[in-house]
Design a protein around this ligand. Structure first.
Ligand SMILES: Cc1ncc(C[n+]2csc(CCOP(=O)(O)OP(=O)(O)O)c2C)c(N)n1
Ligand SMILES: [Mg+2]
Length: 582
């Protein structure tokens, strides 16, 4: 035991957990602890908005596998975290949100910056620690760090602001990390048996494969079976794209090759994926989910097993360990049915991939009536062609984040990665404004890697303030802003369902390149296809010189397939005054 103030105990517990960077906005509520961050070797990274800080913590955690940490002023600083913590929850990011609160001596009196901070985060955190006594500061801080890792998601550490002060006798608890196993023997035996009997096995590689460092184990298993591997939705970095068995992502704007192959599966091994509903919806007019296949699902969270899809076998285990254990079992079996038709399946994988690549090459523009109409006399770029150019120019080691929007979603077909921890999409919380702050956090964790955010112009308006963070804190990144003068993804619904009555979807924008320059970054307007690749490469090179660049990419107003055709229906109006609104 040592004599410390709670501020010291708090900061020492951060140090014990390996924290070197904390994102946030300064506030009196925790200033006593902030004061000693430098002496503890912790860099405080001030942001423009607390939402940005929490997204940065998310990006930091996603690329490094370490905790992302954010902190802010009680009340409004903390409520500004909410959207980003919800996003981190669905991205399974070990973010620790430190939420100083109104002092315990005045709570309930309706004083300055007071709101109950625990209920607000109760559904978007895996664990909430409330420091109810200054002497428990280290214990509860440590638990929040342990829980964020063990449960793979954000935790909240709520601290009445007066509890940073005083004298306490305390031990700093060492970090406690859970050593995960492959799963139960019975379910692993069943999984191996189903795979051994399968004539057309397909592996869905999910986020759990990345989080468990399981790519190699997944590759070995896939190679043993010669099974095609598809990425689960928005986990395009969960299997190397340069591997012959890689068949691309499932789901919205994903790979037709992957979808056509999985539709033939008799056994699907869903490895490290909750098979989220959004990622398995019909796409490209294909109902690809194999209704009669037997599904083996491996997830470290037992609550995810069989939650969305009917399964035959559920393995509650670590994706890497489970893949290894299943492979060991397969090796002891006399007959592996899939090895009998290995060559035919290999030929099919190759053919499906070639067909899809050729289709993408030829898919210069969207061909629905609206898209053809609006792009006819428009000198700007067709999004698909532009995205193909970005794909070709993307540096090998790049980290890419994507926002929510029509062009960002279409980019799913064109984002391929050979190594994990490279792709940070807005995942299932789907908030506009995710990508830019997230890539800033990722860059802090991996400064040697090129960092690129794809953002629509609507979402850019929400997040461009964080350019100041890049400039002030010398965190060089590249933002590719798809300037199509509209909230395109939502406009698509008005085209498809609301007879082109446009309400709130058209945008008048300034030159975002000019805005970037006036904020101290570099700004480049990219108007033609031949400029796209060179501009991206140069912007990524400039990161080595500490420069942040905004590439404002001028696009037509054409729109790809919508997000949620499933969730909208034709309007019905009963009242006379609304009769024409159908
Ligand atoms: C915070 C938030 N607000 C609103 C939405 C609804 N929404 C989804 S996509 C979208 C349009 C995105 O427009 P933009 O960023 O310009 O990209 P584009 O679709 O034009 O490519 C909107 C408003 C959302 N997902 N998140
Ligand atoms: Mg737009």
């Amino acid at each position: 035991m040592a004599l410390m103030t709670p501020s010291e105990a708090f900061v020492e517990t951060l140090v014990a957990n390996g924290v070197t960077d904390v994102f946030g906005i300064v506030g009196s509520a925790y200033m006593d602890a902030l004061d000693i961050f430098p002496a503890a070797g912790i860099r405080f990274i001030p942001t423009v908005h607390e939402q940005g800080a929490a997204h940065m913590a998310d990006g930091y955690a996603r690329v490094s596998g370490r905790h992302g940490v954010c902190i802010a002023q009680n009340g409004p600083g903390i409520t500004n975290f909410v959207t980003a913590i919800a996003a981190a929850y669905w991205a399974h990011s070990p973010v620790v949100a430190i939420t100083p609160e109104t002092g315990s001596n005045t709570i309930g009196l309706g004083g300055f910056q007071e709101t109950e901070q625990l209920p607000i985060f109760s559904k978007i955190t895996k664990y909430q620690g409330h420091v109810n006594l200054p002497s428990r500061m280290a214990e509860l801080t440590a638990r929040c760090f342990d829980m964020a890792m063990a449960e793979r998601g954000p935790t909240q550490l709520n601290i009445p602001r007066n509890y940073f002060y005083g004298d306490i006798d305390v031990d700093i608890p060492p970090p406690r990390r859970v050593d995960r196993g492959a799963g139960g023997d019975e379910s692993l035996d069943d999984a191996a048996r189903l795979l051994a009997e399968s004539e057309f096995p397909v592996i869905v590689s999910g986020g759990g494969v990345i989080m468990s460092n399981g790519i190699e184990a997944c590759v070995e298993l896939a190679e043993y079976l010669n099974a095609p591997v598809v990425n689960s939705y928005l986990h395009n970095d969960s299997f190397p794209a340069n591997h012959p068995l890689w068949c691309g992502p499932l789901g919205y704007q994903g790979s037709k090759a992957g979808m056509k192959l999985i539709s033939q599966a008799d056994v699907v091994l869903a490895l490290g994926t909750r098979l989220g509903p959004f990622g398995t919806l019909p796409q490209h007019g294909l109902e690809y989910w194999p209704q009669n296949a037997r599904i083996i699902q491996v997830d470290s969270d037992h609550r995810m097993l069989g939650l969305v899809k009917q399964i035959s076998v559920g393995v509650c285990g670590d994706a890497r360990a489970a893949a290894g254990a299943i492979l060991e079992r397969l090796k002891t079996r006399e007959r592996i049915a899939a090895l009998q038709n290995k060559d035919q399946r290999a030929a099919q994988i190759k053919r499906q991939k070639e067909t899809w690549e050729a289709e993408l090459d030829a898919w210069a523009q969207e061909t629905d009536a609206w898209s053809k109409e609006v792009s006819a006399d428009d000198p700007n770029m067709h999004p698909r062609q532009m995205l193909r150019e970005l794909e070709k120019a993307m540096p090998e080691d790049a980290m890419v984040s994507t926002d929510i929007g029509n062009i960002c979603s279409v980019s799913n077909s064109y984002l391929r990665f050979n190594k994990p921890n490279s792709f940070f999409a807005a995942m299932s919380f789907g908030n506009c404004g995710y990508a830019f702050p997230t890539i800033i956090g990722a860059k802090v964790a991996a400064p040697e890697r090129p960092a690129v955010a794809y953002v629509g112009d609507g979402a850019w308006g929400m997040s461009l303030g964080e350019i100041l963070t890049c400039v002030r804190e010398k965190i060089p990144v590249t933002a590719v802003v798809f300037h199509n003068r509209q909230w395109g993804a939502e406009k698509k619904n008005q085209v498809d369902f609301y007879s082109r009555r446009f309400e709130g979807v058209n945008l008048e924008n300034p030159s975002f390149a000019e805005v970037a320059r006036s904020m101290g970054a570099q700004g480049v307007t990219v108007a033609s296809l031949d400029e796209v690749g060179p501009a991206l490469r140069q912007a990524c090179d400039e990161q080595k010189n500490g420069k942040t660049t905004v590439l404002e990419v001028m696009c037509t107003r054409e729109l790809g397939d919508p997000f949620r055709r499933d969730a909208l229906s034709t309007p019905v109006r009963h009242l006379e005054k609304y009769k024409s609104y159908v």
